[in-house]
Design a protein around this ligand. Structure first.
Ligand SMILES: [Zn+2]
Ligand SMILES: [Zn+2]
Length: 307
């Protein structure tokens, strides 16, 4: 089971020498959610060791260029590499015109694997293999949606309880499928006797937005939150004006939502490397958990399940 974030790019509107435009691949049990492919995403994928075949979803938060100008390269690479599985594309329905331009930006030998899943309204739930992908609106000058991936709740088997009742081998699978199984002594064993509830894992991806209800709904209780922190607190007024978050606001939201691992991303080019510790400091004022300042080509695992 591979559950990790591959960071492809972390700049906001303008790339820098050290930060490519946005791009993030969340790998989750065989699914690959490519969030916000900005310019240069195809080459960043090469550097990060991920291929077009790893992508099963393209999720665009909004149609500002730093979040979508990599779509033409990625869709053409999917066609060129003959990706055979379906690739679903989620994006704000209000930006349909932009999607169509990006999808068909230049001449290439197209294939038919990309299926569109435009999102609208207050919430959209999309089945995505072993998880559910949920989209919710954010607050930005153009239509913007954040995303969240949720594994369904399951049950954790208790080996000692299974052994005590003589449930072994294929009987365990039968118990999990049917809820009961007949033990060697003829008694009926129930799933609840040999297991405990296991909450599903989750991750959220929140890009360009002010603090709003959508941020909190997306981030609630997630194991991994990837969130924009374009500005530091000194630029809080600018952040609000342009529809962005400060690192302090990102930390505050993460703390209120009980996030486990916080990944800060999407930084303004106005800040130098010397400023970077301040993002951690400001987010850490409210949030006591682990904070990762995203760097290009970094891999961030989804934290191990709390048992
Ligand atoms: Zn942006
Ligand atoms: Zn934007």
């Amino acid at each position: 089971m591979l559950r990790e974030l591959v960071v492809l790019g972390t700049a906001s509107a303008v790339p820098t020498r050290r930060r490519n435009h946005n791009g993030y691949l969340l790998r989750w049990d065989g699914e690959g959610f490519l969030f916000d492919p900005g310019e240069g995403t195809q080459r960043q994928m090469l550097h990060a060791g991920v291929s077009a075949h790893d992508i099963t979803w393209i999720c665009v938060t909004h149609f500002h260029g730093d979040h979508c100008l990599g779509v033409p390269g990625v869709v053409q690479r999917i066609a060129r590499d003959r990706v055979g599985h379906q690739v679903q594309a989620a994006y704000p329905a209000a930006g349909q015109t932009y999607w169509e331009r990006l999808r068909h930006a230049s001449a290439f030998a197209d294939t038919s694997v990309i299926k569109t899943r435009p999102v609208s309204g207050e919430v959209a739930h999309l089945p995505a293999g072993p998880v559910t992908l949920t989209a919710r609106p954010l607050s930005h000058p153009v239509a913007s949606y954040g995303y969240r991936v949720d594994e369904p709740a399951g049950r954790r088997m208790l080996p000692a309880e299974l052994a005590r009742r003589g449930v072994t081998g294929p009987m365990v699978g039968e118990l999990q499928r049917n809820g009961t199984v007949t033990a060697p002594d003829g008694s009926t064993v129930h799933l609840a006797d040999c297991s405990v509830p296991r909450p599903g894992q989750s991750a959220a991806f929140v890009m360009d937005t002010r603090l709003c209800d959508g941020v909190y709904a997306l981030a609630e209780g997630v194991d991994l939150l990837v969130i924009e922190s374009t500005f530091l607190s000194a630029e809080a007024a600018l952040a609000t004006e342009y529809g962005h978050l400060t690192a302090a606001q990102a930390g505050k939201a993460a703390a209120e939502c009980g996030v486990r691992r916080l990944v800060l991303a999407h930084f303004s080019e106005r800040y130098s490397a010397d400023d970077e510790p301040r993002f951690l400091d400001e987010a850490g004022e409210a949030f006591g958990g682990e904070i990762v300042l995203a760097r290009d080509l970094m891999r961030v695992p989804v934290p191990k399940r709390q048992s």
